[in-house]
Write a protein that binds this ligand. Structure first.
Ligand SMILES: Cc1cc2nc3c(=O)[nH]c(=O)nc-3n(C[C@H](O)[C@H](O)[C@H](O)COP(=O)(O)OP(=O)(O)OC[C@H]3O[C@@H](n4cnc5c(N)ncnc54)[C@H](O)[C@@H]3O)c2cc1C
Length: 563
């Protein structure tokens, strides 16, 4: 994947997508596969914002049942399955458990009925999936079974638990980049570090966007007959220059997950009721408290999500020490055996999401917008050819992408081509099942466990890294065994996945720094390779290291890192 800015400036696109999060990536993939001349630009690095910070659960839709929102439930189930088909190596089933209480709405009987309806609504969820990805039926487990898993009595009213299957994305950043890689394979023209500015509108129709190369500062126009605004929390910021409008589409809340080294629950995602109010008046299951999920992830536990109203600019969003401290207190309240302290937190993931109601007294009493929305501006008196996505969930991106595609106006010639390609779109998945163990240049087999590791991380694109190793087997050495990282992965990230900054490789191509801050010596070794490949000066290398360490602030990072 190469960053060809001249192609962006010279060609005429059917669709230009602004924003390289999961929604931009899913729309670009869908558009490119269906034969549209597609472009995607991202102002920083792909998946650097909200999409990097999700709790990594692809929801099956059970949560929508409490609002009897069957449409969203079905969209979630379809999307979850679609992700499993697109990237089976990166998405695995996850058993989730929440306790049942007493005889009311949260008792065993209503939960049993809810699980039954969930299975009914997901009747086709295992279609075309291999056995490893088939999700079993939900069931009620006894109080004894629950105590064996959770090992904490907690509320005396707990009388058992509901168990169902969702899916876990091991690495949301890699899943996003996988879709972007796939779009590129189908001819999409893609660039990170390019920021969209003003929209070019003629006769009330979109004809292009003025953009700036954030690295060199050059300005140029990208011509496109359709523009998709997939800027997540920047929806309003992107709007002002795009639409010359002051209308605000978004009110935001901060979402925060923490990552801790302690492995609290090994095999399941456990949902425990928090103490903050998450009361939803319209819900038929009036749960007064928000659930926090404890997810086993990379030998760590990820806990989330804690929400708080956020009224400022997305560009100035930072997590404060107090935010983490508050969340730790909440976790210790709901699960005292955790005995968490600030030092236990190895990293945190935080991002911004749209809220449904802005005027609330308690900033923690956030009600998130329930559904993603596709806004066709032409139908609201705005320019034709402009579509915005108000995103709420990572999970539903594939379904939202299909919805967006339906709104796109194409020429009849493209339309015919598009139809032919569309019929085969199911075969365009990114599974690594075809990748075999190969020999390097000296005739030695590449170790099967190395190939398995690459497949689980890169799916279909594992063979690219294998090719580096076949050429030069010294690239099969580990720069770090924990967290795992091969020399070949770094070269691949730079040469084939548009990594420009050290943080691109550390956080979004290899997942090296996503659970905890790696040691300074390992990061320096990685930066040395990038410095050679990209011709950095010593000062540039030092700035890149500082910028990586800054991501962990306010946590304690390795000594001397600021020097
Ligand atoms: C803490 C937390 C936990 C969550 N947990 C889950 C979960 O478990 N499951 C789930 O399904 N969902 C979850 N979500 C929600 C999910 O992460 C988001 O809904 C989703 O990632 C949003 O994706 P997006 O592509 O719309 O936005 P983003 O990922 O934010 O992408 C938007 C991109 O647009 C770019 N951009 C902005 N302006 C411009 C411009 N002018 N020019 C070019 N590019 C621009 C930005 O740089 C950004 O990269 C969670 C969210 C948070 C914050």
């Amino acid at each position: 994947m190469k960053r060809h800015l001249n192609q962006l400036a010279e060609q005429h696109f059917d669709v230009l997508i602004i924003g390289g999060g999961i929604h931009g990536a899913a729309v670009a993939r869908e558009a490119a596969i269906t034969g549209l001349k597609t472009a995607l630009i991202e102002q920083k690095d792909f998946s650097h914002a909200t999409s990097a910070n999700s709790l990594k659960i692809l929801h099956g839709g059970l949560r929508y049942l409490q609002d009897l929102d069957f449409k969203s439930m079905r969209a979630s189930i379809k999307s979850q399955t679609e992700f499993m088909r697109i990237a089976p190596d990166l998405v695995v089933p996850l058993g989730c458990i929440i306790p049942t209480y007493g005889y009311g709405f949260r008792g065993k009987l209503p939960m049993r009925i809810a699980l039954f309806i969930n299975d009914l609504m997901g009747w086709d969820r295992n279609y075309l999936l291999d056995n490893g990805h088939k999700r079993g039926r939900g069931k009620i487990i006894s109080k004894e079974e629950y105590s064996q898993i959770v090992a904490f009595k907690g509320d005396a009213n707990i009388n058992g638990a509901a168990l169902w299957f969702d899916a876990l994305v091991q690495d949301t950043e890699r899943l996003t980049i996988t879709l972007i890689n796939n779009a590129y394979e189908y001819g999409a023209c893609i660039a990170n570090y390019v920021k969209a500015g003003e929209l070019n509108v003629k006769n009330n129709s979109v004809v292009g966007v003025y953009a700036t190369d954030s690295l060199a500062g050059d300005k140029f126009e990208i011509r496109a007959r359709n523009v998709v605004n997939a800027t997540g929390p920047w929806l309003d910021n992107a709007f002002k220059p795009l639409l010359n409008s002051n209308k605000k589409e978004l009110c935001l809340a901060r979402g925060l997950n923490i990552v801790i080294k302690k492995r609290l629950f090994k095999n399941y995602g456990i949902g425990l009721e928090g103490s903050n109010s998450g009361f939803n008046n319209k819900s038929i299951l009036r749960g007064k408290k928000r659930f926090y999920f404890f997810i086993p992830w990379r030998g760590h536990t990820m806990i989330g999500t804690a929400y708080k109203l956020y009224n400022k600019d997305p560009d100035t969003f930072r997590v404060k020490r107090q935010d983490i401290e508050d969340f730790i207190s909440e976790v210790n309240l709901i699960y005292p055996p955790a005995e968490l302290t600030f030092k236990d937190v190895t990293y945190f993931h935080a991002g911004l999401l749209p809220v449904a109601v802005k005027n609330i007294k308690n900033p923690y009493d956030v009600k998130l917008t329930k559904r993603c929305e596709v806004i066709e501006h032409g139908k609201r008196g705005g320019p034709k050819g402009l579509v915005s996505i108000r995103s709420v969930k990572y999970t539903t991106a594939p379904v939202v992408a299909k919805q967006v595609l339906k709104t796109i106006d194409v020429s009849s010639e493209t339309s015919e081509k598009r139809q032919t390609l569309y019929d085969h779109s199911r075969n365009h998945n990114c599974a690594g099942s075809h990748i075999q163990v190969s020999k390097d240049k000296t005739g030695k087999d590449i170790a099967p466990d190395l190939v398995a590791y690459l497949k689980s991380k890169y799916g279909k694109y594992a063979d690219r890294i294998q090719n580096y190793i076949m050429e030069d087997n010294s690239l099969a050495s580990w720069i770090s065994s924990e967290p795992p990282l091969l020399y070949a992965e770094i070269l691949h990230a730079i040469r084939e996945e548009m990594s420009i900054r050290l943080s691109d490789v550390v956080f979004r191509r290899t997942g090296f720094g996503n659970a905890a801050c790696p040691s300074r010596s390992k990061l320096e070794a990685l930066a040395d390779i990038m410095a050679i490949e990209l011709g950095w000066t010593l000062k540039q290398k030092s700035d890149e290291l500082k910028s990586v360490f800054r991501n962990y602030h306010p946590l304690t990072v390795p000594e001397n890192c600021w020097k």
